[in-house]
Design a protein around this ligand. Structure first.
Ligand code: ZN
Length: 369
């Protein structure tokens, strides 16, 4: 028999809470009312059985020790199967088999939203178009023409199942099968709703109003429970997932909750120092450059970065200085620089430790903060 932990997809040291959650999730997926197939119902049995063993501290302990999992008087797998069938009437000799439900859970839906960096910093509001099934207004999910109702199937008498006698080597055997006349529903819709062809729902485009929190990043999916498609015959809604894509910004890039940019500074400004005003994503910031500022120096503007997804404290804006060497000088400028070099007795070029370009130099300095 399959390992119960593997069946539930949990680790051997999973907490009771994790086991319960894993079971609920699988049970929803595999429930016979949702999945009429034999495969799903077999898996559902396995999953439910695994949970019966692992969901109880005492029987889990026995199972972990390799003991007889059914020793607790539960009645073994066969007994369990009977209980299962009396509840769900999926297959076999169900004495009290129940008809299938027409109601099904609706599908999940996925939409994509494009954002820019400003949306990431401050959060954003979007009205997005979603194309999913919604409740049929004509029948309100009943699937029947207004004023009519499903009638009891006269083949199975409303049970959704028929019994057949089959000859076998062991003699006559009674088997129970879904009723072919009502497809196992126990009722028949004689006058299907014209608005939805008897489905209880129609496909339509609608607008969903969405608040996107600050701090999201490309690939992140926001889940909106119950905003997906409505189920067949007015069944519960699926969920809506919104996947965000953030366009690159021409100036600012994001690292964690911080924003990074480069400030290009002319040689005279770097030598003499200056004040300047830069345009952040949310207004201007005054910066003071000290005289003698170097390429690779980083100026930190606190609280001008990104608001984290879970939190309210904005990161910082970090500006890395890059001194720009002039490349075209006229003869007068050239004389000035030569004069300057003579007077300052500038050192000869000399070796120092290797630095991997400005950007890695910047990154190292960010890290050391
Ligand atoms: Zn309808």
């Amino acid at each position: 028999m399959a390992d119960h932990y593997e069946v539930l997809g949990v680790s051997r040291d999973a907490s009771q809470d994790e086991i319960k959650k894993a079971y609920r999730k699988l049970a929803r997926q595999l429930h016979p009312d949702v999945n009429p197939g034999d495969d799903a119902s077999e898996r559902f049995k396995l999953v439910t059985h695994a949970y019966d063993v692992l969901g109880d501290e005492e029987s889990r302990r026995r199972y972990d020790m390799g003991g007889d999992e059914n020793g607790g008087g539960f009645g073994g797998f066969g007994g369990f199967g009977d209980i299962f069938e009396s509840f769900f009437g999926a297959s076999g000799g169900g004495r009290s088999a129940r008809p299938r439900s027409r109601r099904e859970r609706g599908e999940d839906a996925l939409v994509r939203v494009d954002l820019d960096l400003g949306d990431v910093v401050f959060g954003a509001h979007r009205d997005i178009e979603v194309d999913t099934a919604v409740l049929c207004e004509t029948c309100q999910g009943s699937c029947c023409q207004p004023g009519t109702a499903p009638v009891t199937c006269d083949v199975c008498g409303g049970s959704g199942h028929v019994q057949r006698q089959v000859r076998s080597l062991l003699g006559n055997v009674i088997t129970t099968q879904p009723c072919g006349s009502c497809e196992g529903y126990g009722t028949v819709i004689e006058l299907p709703c014209g608005g939805c062809a008897g489905q209880g729902r129609v496909r339509t485009r609608r607008t969903v109003s969405l608040d996107i929190p600050a701090g999201v990043e490309t690939g992140l999916r926001l889940q909106l429970p119950g905003s997906g498609a409505v189920g067949r015959a007015g069944g519960p809604h699926g969920d809506l997932y919104v996947e965000v894509t953030v366009a690159p910004h021409p100036v600012f890039s994001r690292e964690g909750d911080d924003l990074l940019a480069t400030l290009e500074v002319s040689m005279p400004d770097a030598i003499l120092g200056t004040t300047t005003t830069i345009e952040g994503l949310d207004g201007t910031v005054d910066l003071e450059l000290r005289a003698g500022v170097q390429s690779g120096d980083v100026l930190t503007i606190p609280g001008r970065g990104v608001t984290p997804l879970r939190g309210s404290q904005r990161g910082d804006l970090r500006v890395g200085v890059q001194v720009v060497t002039p490349t075209r000088l006229d003869s007068a400028q050239r004389r000035l620089i030569e004069d300057f070099a003579k007077k300052t007795k500038a050192p000869e070029p000399h070796l120092a430790q290797f630095q991997q370009g400005l950007f890695s130099k910047l990154r190292d300095r960010f890290r050391s903060h």
